[in-house]
Design a protein around this ligand. Structure first.
Ligand code: RIB
Ligand code: CA
Length: 329
């Protein structure tokens, strides 16, 4: 008998790799998506909500979608990266089918709190955008760390260079104050950052094979979006250009959920630099026995798990086998 699927809330800024992650979650029999909470990031929050609803509609799925934070906590918002994900977040789709489902009227943070209170200790939150919704939910319900089973964040980097500055990863860069609050909240939290997501290169040919295997609007849309996204990554990273593909960033957060044995973890306190040249840097104390005198590194600070290595070929196989399953009708 299969174990019961894991109930998950997906906090996201779709976004091409967010779309890959969403379809992985819908296709995987071990995951039950309870809701999608949107945030600004790859696109405006309004567009993120439109995209979440659209991706669900064309995949024939009805799941609550709530709209979340539109701006960072403190820093000034930046223009979305249209050159990476397209102006619409999905590689500039030439046309879109009509969408019937409308958003749940609650704010994303309120939805997270309501669901966590209704199912205490059961829900995993997978967050793959800037962390404003989680930090707001913590303000609404300070006991949230006890009410959620686990939080998995695609964000940050420890040893790998950053992707928006020499040291900063995009999701953390977009709201460093929110990320610092989330990393300090004291829940079971795992960071799936660039240290591992830069190891998962997904070739465009794989998405073409998926679209041929399932001839369906959902896989055709994903292929279109990936072709746009892969063009950006192939120009910028020689190791991606060789394969003609893209990084699968957000997908790895879900692969960690279902196959944690593929990852090597380190445990430590993590802080985020909120301004200056290092803004957005995720700094990990990897020497817990050191007694650093600066404020911020007290022994009482919560420890979080950070993924430092991944068995990338095995992760790619998990992605491929999952998307090839009969999940579309
Ligand atoms: O740095 C990668 C992250 O930034 C991913 O979540 C991607 O979708 C973008 O938001
Ligand atoms: Ca994302």
């Amino acid at each position: 008998m299969h174990p019961a699927p894991l109930p998950v809330i997906f906090d996201t800024d779709p976004g091409v790799d967010d779309a890959m992650a969403l379809y992985f979650a819908l296709a995987h029999p071990g995951i039950e998506l309870l809701g999608i909470t949107t945030t600004f990031g790859n696109v405006s929050v309004a567009q993120a909500t439109v995209n979440a609803l659209y991706l669900l509609e064309i995949a024939g799925q009805k799941i609550p979608v709530t709209q979340g934070v539109a701006t960072p906590w403190v820093k000034t918002a930046e223009a979305p990266p249209a050159h990476i994900h397209g102006a619409d977040g999905l590689g500039n789709l030439p046309q879109r089918a009509a969408v019937k489902q409308t958003p749940d009227p609650r704010a994303s943070a309120q939805f997270i709190v309501d669901m966590a209170r209704a199912r205490p200790g059961e829900i995993t939150l997978v967050a793959v955008g800037p962390l404003g919704n989680l930090s707001l939910a913590l303000k609404l319900e300070p006991k949230l760390p006890e009410l959620l089973r686990e939080v998995i964040v695609m964000g940050g980097t420890i040893l790998e260079p950053g992707n928006v500055s020499p040291v900063a990863e995009a999701n953390v860069w977009n709201d460093p104050h929110a990320a610092d609050a989330v990393f300090a909240a004291g829940w079971k939290l795992t960071l799936v950052g660039l240290d591992v997501t830069h190891r998962l290169i997904l070739p465009t040919t794989l998405f073409r094979q998926i679209a041929q295997h399932h001839a369906h609007p959902a896989t055709a849309t994903l292929l279109h979006a990936v072709e746009f996204y892969a063009h950006f990554y192939s120009q910028r990273h020689p190791q991606v250009a060789q394969i003609q593909g893209c990084f699968g960033h957000d997908v790895l957060a879900f692969i960690y959920l279902v196959n944690p044995e593929l990852f090597t973890l380190a445990l430590g306190a993590v802080r985020v630099a909120t301004d200056g040249l290092a803004q957005g840097q995720t700094i990990m104390n990897r020497n817990p026995s050191a007694n650093y005198p600066q404020a911020g590194w007290e022994a009482s600070r919560p420890l979080i798990q950070v993924c430092l290595q991944v068995q990338a070929d095995a992760a790619k196989t998990v992605f491929e086998q999952t998307l090839m399953r009969p999940w579309l009708h």
